[in-house]
Design a protein around this ligand. Structure first.
Ligand code: P1T
Length: 386
């Protein structure tokens, strides 16, 4: 089955058995516990809803199918998924190589929780430079954590090349695929061991559910992360699982529209005299345009923009838009805009932000699926006020 067929049908096959109702969408199972007919006979394998829940299971099957994975696990947030992976795989003294430019909340979790309190070491490395990655490996390196494209600078890492470095050394390669969604990029097919998503973004797509997911193929790794999902308990609720199952059905259509709109907006902005720079993987001016074409099936809906002028100008622009909400998050049907240095990446030390190029005036746009001409008209008007 192709992507959109799987996104609609996998995990939600109608049940025609005696007594079942043939629902065409997965039922919402709110029960916290499941009765059994005998002590040693849990009904259908279900015991307690934290461990296994039918609605969450339907979503986990669909998520696995969309990332071309054997297994999927759903969590209460992207950060809960990250926490479960780190708890499952690492112990004090272990070392992790991490892409230097990544979501601020992920950096906060690594630095302020796992490094400062639990003695796990993180090296923030420009993973677009394989030589830098090789130089950072130590005999304690257990995990490589890559975001591609990165949040917010849209920098790419060659996933196949990372896998070629990590695999011979027994280092696990995880890719946070939130920005591309499984529709535009499948890191497992490029050699990654695990894929992570904040389902709060494109996968759910309607800005009404916080969630996270991990998809993978290896049986032993799956057992470790599944154990932690149950042991630490950061599961996605049945209701959120239901919402994500509902949202995910249109993921392919939405991603096409996000990318189509983003391409038009990026081209418009790049030609505008008040714009200094547009970073979008679908522009030939992106320094890794060739890699984007090679490892992604599309360019997504995220971009970063620098205007000429100062912070007052950037603030004026984002505040004068009518259709783009000034808000954190991304990947929903509605367009959002924000200033990473002051919002999503405020927890990243200023010195690190400056080194990476996340200036105070950098603007991040999550292009929604509204009409492209309306969005461009809104941008054009707001730019007049700058
Ligand atoms: O917000 P949560 O569902 O916990 O997901 C965390 C997360 C993980 N990975 C990436 C690449 C992310 O972008 C995020 C969350 N990001 C935002 C809220 C944001 O505005 O960038």
């Amino acid at each position: 089955m192709k992507f959109s067929t799987k996104s609609i049908h996998t995990g939600e096959e109608p049940d025609f058995r005696e007594g079942a109702s043939g629902d065409v969408v997965a039922a919402l199972h709110l029960s916290t516990t499941f009765a059994r007919s005998a002590v040693d006979r849990p009904t259908g394998g279900y015991e307690y809803s934290r461990s296994l829940n039918p609605t969450r299971k339907a979503l986990e099957q669909k998520l696995a199918a969309l990332e071309k994975a054997c297994y999927g696990l759903a969590f209460a947030s992207g950060l809960a998924a990250e926490t479960a992976v780190l708890l499952a795989l690492l112990k004090t003294g272990d070392h992790v190589i991490v892409t230097d430019d990544l979501y601020g909340g992920t950096q906060r979790l690594f630095r302020k929780v796992f490094e400062s309190r639990y003695g796990i070491r993180f090296s923030f490395v420009d993973t677009s430079q394989p030589e830098k990655v090789k130089a950072a490996i130590t005999d304690k390196t257990r995990l490589m954590w890559v975001e591609s494209p990165t949040n917010p600078l849209l920098k790419l890492t060659d996933i196949a090349e990372m896998s070629a470095i990590a695999r011979p050394k027994g280092i696990i390669l995880l890719v946070d695929n939130t920005f591309m969604s499984p529709y535009f990029q499948n890191p497992l097919t490029l050699g990654a061991d695990m894929v992570l998503h904040s389902t709060s973004k494109y996968i759910n797509g309607h800005s009404d559910s916080i969630g996270g997911a991990v998809m993978l193929n290896d049986d032993a790794l799956f057992e470790q992360v599944q154990f932690m999902q149950n042991a630490a308990g950061g599961i996605l609720s049945p209701f959120d699982s239901y919402l994500v199952l509902r949202g995910i059905k249109t993921l392919g259509m939405r991603m096409e529209k996000h990318a189509g709109n983003a391409g038009k907006i990026a081209e418009f902005l790049e030609k505008h005299p008040k714009v200094k720079k547009v970073i979008y993987p679908g522009l030939t001016s992106h320094p890794q345009y060739a890699l984007a074409q090679k490892q992604m099936n599309g360019f997504g809906g995220m971009m970063a923009v620098e205007l000429h002028g100062n912070l007052t100008g950037a603030e004026g622009f984002v505040q004068n838009l009518q259709l783009f909400a000034l808000a954190e998050s991304l990947g929903g049907v509605e367009s959002l805009i924000e200033l990473p240095a002051l919002m999503t990446h405020a927890s990243v030390p200023a010195e690190d932000r400056n080194k990476l190029g996340i200036s105070d005036t950098l603007i991040r746009i999550s292009v929604g699926v509204e009409n492209a001409d309306d969005l461009i008209g809104d941008i054009e008007n707001a730019l007049k006020t700058v």
